[in-house]
Design a protein. Sequence first.
Lengths: 659, 573
Amino acid sequence: MLLKMAGDTDMEMKTVSVDNINVDNYRKLVHTYLNLHAYNTALFWADKVVALTSGNPRDIYWLAQCMFLLKQFHRAAHLLRSKNLDKTYILCNYLTVRCLFEANELNEALKVLNSMDLEVFLQAGNTSCNTTMDAGMFDDTPKYQVQSSVLLLKGKVLEAMDNRGLASECYKQALQCDVYCFEAFDSLIRYHMLSAAEEQELLNSLPISQQCTAIEADVLRTLYKSKLKKYNTIVGLIPSKTCKPIYNNTPLQTSLIVMHRKFVNISDTPKTSTMNCTPNSEVRTDKVEDTKSDQMVLDSPENGIQVRLQQSLDLAVSQAELFYYNCDYVQCSKITESILKEDPYHASCLPIHISCMVELKQSNKLFTLAHNLVDLYPNLAISWFAVGCYYYVIGKRDSARRFLAKSTSLDRLFGPAWLAFGHSFAVENEHDQAMAAYFKASQLMKGCHLPLLYIGLECGLTNNVRLAERFFQQAQIIAPDDPFVMHEMGVIAFQNLDFEMAERHFQDALTRVKPIKDSIVPERWEPLLNNLGHTCRKLKKYSDALEYHHQALVLCPQSASTYSAIAYVHSLMNNIEDAVHWFHKALGLRRDDTFSTTMLNYVIEQLSMEQPPYPDAPDYIPDFEIATNAEEDSTTNDNVGNASERQITASDMSIEVDL
Amino acid sequence: MSESEIKLDLVVIKKDLTAGIRECSQRGLYHSAKWLSEINFSIAHIKLPLETSSVVTELESESYLLAKSYFDLKEYDRCAFFTETCVEPKPRFLHLYSQYLSIEKKKLDNMTDTNCPPDPTKNNALRMLCTSLKEDQFVNKLDGYCLYLYGIILKKLDLNSLAMDIFVDAINEEPLHWGAWQELALLVPDKSTLLSLRLPNHWMKHFFLAHVYLEQLNNEEALDIYYDLHSQGFDKSTYIMAQMAIAYHNRRELDKAILMFKELLHLDPYRLDNLDTYSNLLYVKEMKTELANLAHTAVNIDKYRVETCCVIGNYYSLRSEHSKAVLYFQRALKLNPQYLSAWTLMGHEFMEMKNTNAAIQSYRQAIEVNRRDYRAWYGLGQTYEILKMPFYCIYYYKQAQQLRPNDSRMILALGETYEKLDKHENALKCYYKACNVGDVEGMALVKLAKLYDKLNEVDNAAAAYTEFCFKEEDQRAGGYDGENEFYNAFQYLANYHLKRGQLEDAYAYAYKCIEHDETKEQGKSLLKAIATKRAEQEGFNAKSSDQSKANVTDITNDGNGSAMEMVFSPLNN
């Protein structure tokens, strides 16, 4: 290097006059080396070009860019600022800010950013397109894209400074300037800053048709739509070549809740997993028609582009998410696994994949994945999140919490980790700590109703029904169509002994859950059906109750609590033989169930007292119809009375356990 | 009966069988293939016109062959993996079936203790498989064999009514798959359900109906059909012979059944199927040498078959080596946790060993496997009797009784329990019924009489006692345990007649009382009373009749009340 330099200076600089040198050749050299990622070489020649042209701003810009790529952020910023370029050229300004941002000098960055008036730049651009040079453009980068990038950067700086309100304004503006600016769009939706309705509004407000041709607009809209929130979609038909069955989407969150409720029994509830999902664009209920038609368009052979786009991994991720929200974890994991086969560290796929693993309790796969991630990306929150989830699945909550905390410290905005953190407390009945974590999550994810829902759940579990109801209502404002919220509202109503209201809530939830084809309801919804059964029983609609319990049994067979619920309904209907049969079944699965044991004692006694000794009980033994029959009846009636009184309390217990 | 008009075209049957055997064995459904082949063998004399067997080249045959060889070597997961993308029916079925078998195999392998069968709630894998089948079924993608598999899984998950529908569908699609019929037979709860099933009009239906009837202990109807099939060309079928033997066994025609089994073993000496029933028969008849012989033969054929273990278990049980017997039953269950007889018999052994908890567990398992196992219900009744929980006891005896409405043992046990609860009327009805259906142990009548007496139905009581005495006198050749009862009956009758003033009869009965030590004294005093009464009557003096009456009541009160003992003899049939 030294030798070479010596040669250069000796031979050329001194002897050849500046004019004879074609500076453009050197510039080209710089570009070539940049493209080859040989930044040091590029830097060397860029420096020479600057010297040759004695400080042409454009060349200085390129020099700074080389420094930026070499991660010499301060050096680049200093270069640009010392030449005062950041005040005159928009791109230089942008690069300076970028450098300062990377160097984590946020205040400085904001100062530089504000020192240049975007409006001025814009006006200059408007008045004379040819004077781009003067306005700060060096090449033919379209102005609106530059503007959008500046706004995006501003948003990022603001967000890093925790000023999220202003940041999201910047993102929106950036998106308005350039609808193709995905990063702005992603920043808006990724952290659940917006609620589903707001997301939809955003999408509608974009000047897509002004900025692109009709076909491109279609493509763009579909792509963005696939990113919107999915949980409040009732029926989402996503066109896909790969996936056979089409399910309606059930909200992810809901399932979490159900899980949560259940956590009394099932310790390793994969609530965490649900949270991870990156927010996607929302498809509103009333927009279902639109989506469908879009998909029709997609599917039609003329639209080759869109069909091809289906093969993009991003869209596959959306598809996986959809399955996830449908509680179809098997299908979801199939897709995510195939995605990860192609792209082992696909960033937006990983959270879904990890969630899925948690749901399916595949601790071994999770272990390997977490190891790989931590080895490769120890600085990413997702890596530690995976580790935390692994420990969560295998039931080591302390370690889980430690790693989840690490994950949140790496990326404070990483909502899933916060929720998982909360879950790890919740499964251990540490309600207060769980709530604290959920609160933190709810601050971060303003547009997501999940944290609220969980807080409500914790309130409900600490017997604070009032407060719980309020949180559920808030959650419902954010996600009005979410069946999980409806279900929880139903539970609250049930606890308030308002059974009609409870039934209405449950029915609402059920209609949202029931797919177009009504036979396949995801297994997750078994508690909903059972709760409907309990409610119907309270309302004395016994045959309905039985029907619901049996449906629940189909979803989740061999469940002791369902068995004893069925038995209980039978005993209230005075089908004593059936009641005995089902109680036996329930006790066969869970021997220490006091409710079933007590009830079985009652009914079996009743059975042997009331029923004839054998089916065709003979009346024909002569002379043997004695008055004692009447007495018997009265005693049995007493029994029934006692039994039902007791059962009310006992059944309350059982419904809680079920939930 | 409509079954009596069975018309069978043996040529068609043969053709069907050949096709069925091929289909089943290609799918790894070995038991069905075996059954079909047995039937096929029994009509070996029928010759089919030679057909040019066209070699059908099937799609995906490479993956099918690969998968099938893995399947045969029991490498189920591998088999499932290599058939994952196949859509042809055979590899597709292998894919699903091997998944199922893999789950079952793992469950079995993970079972540590036979006393606690695999936890039924740990069935996630099975549930997932079920869900995927449910989805396929919803879009009608399942063929007859896959439907059968779906039904099996539903049954495993205890969704029996759903499973029944699925099996019916499966049968309608593939009537030649005997496995589906067999599974359905286990699910049909009663005859009315059976007749309402939408079954294809296929010759297999006759076999099925007979099977179900036998399963439901509807022995006569089952036998009718089997006779019919027998006469229609299936006279060489070992299957039908075995079924008929079981029917005889159920009818308690033990000797006939044993004969049948002997003949069966003569024709098919290395057969193990149904030998457990045979060993039960030998056990009940206490034919020790035959049982020992059977046990040794079975061990020689295959030590590790459930039937063999059962035979050996019975053998040890007959020699009163109960713990050894339990060991063998446990081994049987290790081989197949769904093996009904072993559960029940193990329950009996535990009863012998006075281990009620283990007995209850075993019986309950037996009922889980098959709710129609009346022996297990009866056993449960007995255990709860020991545990002094009469209400449960009544329930279990009732279940047993409903399954065997004409078996006096159940109804008698039920009556005794009612009596313990002071439900004399119900008890009386039970005893009455027991007498009606033909009392095996001869205790019902006397119990009935006592209860009549207790309820002040003196005339009925006397009638019952008289009947009892008649019967006993006929039967009594050698010594008899119930001598006391017998003489108490005489005593009662003597008193009764005395009270009525039927002095001749009273005298005859009282005289009998003297034959026995315990009743001697009473007999003598009765005779005295009769003598005085006779004297009074002869003297046309009715004054002292009041006094004698008082005497009579005293004496009857002395009579030993019900000294019932519980009898825990295992019900082997």
